[in-house]
Design a protein around this ligand. Structure first.
Ligand code: AMP
Length: 117
């Protein structure tokens, strides 16, 4: 069940600010407020999905394609193509997902630790 009071829903409604990187009619990208890498961006769909599982099970093929193309677009905007980056999509409590609105983390700008994955 989607909780419309989550922080990313509030950002999408303009109730709280974000440091925007990219926006189109389907997707919003902004910097993570508590960066875990030199560059730490988030990409979220504007539609209401709780997490990766919900998004993959209930979105259309076009929504999926639009979302992941937007993720790559953001990596290009951030200059991460050459050096590489990590995409993380925490899903559910065992992954420690804090915000129940589907999002992809983009981490890069430096060599990232490999002790977790
Ligand atoms: P997750 O643990 O995968 O749900 O990640 C949620 C992320 O959202 C964390 O990295 C938080 O630092 C980030 N976050 C929480 N509130 C905000 C906010 N208001 N603006 C930007 N990022 C946020």
């Amino acid at each position: 069940m989607y909780d419309a009071n989550n922080v990313f829903a509030k950002i999408l409604r303009g109730e709280i600010p974000c440091n925007k990187i990219y926006e189109d009619d389907k997707v919003l990208s902004f910097y993570d407020i508590n960066p875990k890498a030199k560059i730490h961006a988030l990409v979220i769909p504007k539609s209401m999905y709780v997490n990766f599982q919900d998004f993959l099970e209930h979105s259309s093929d076009k929504e999926l394609t639009d979302f992941f193309r937007a993720v790559v677009h953001v990596t290009n905007l951030l200059g991460l193509k050459e050096g590489g980056y990590r995409i993380v999509m925490n899903t559910g409590k065992n992954a420690g997902q804090e915000v129940p609105h589907f999002h992809a983390h983009i981490l890069g700008g430096e060599v990232l630790p490999t002790d977790q994955i």
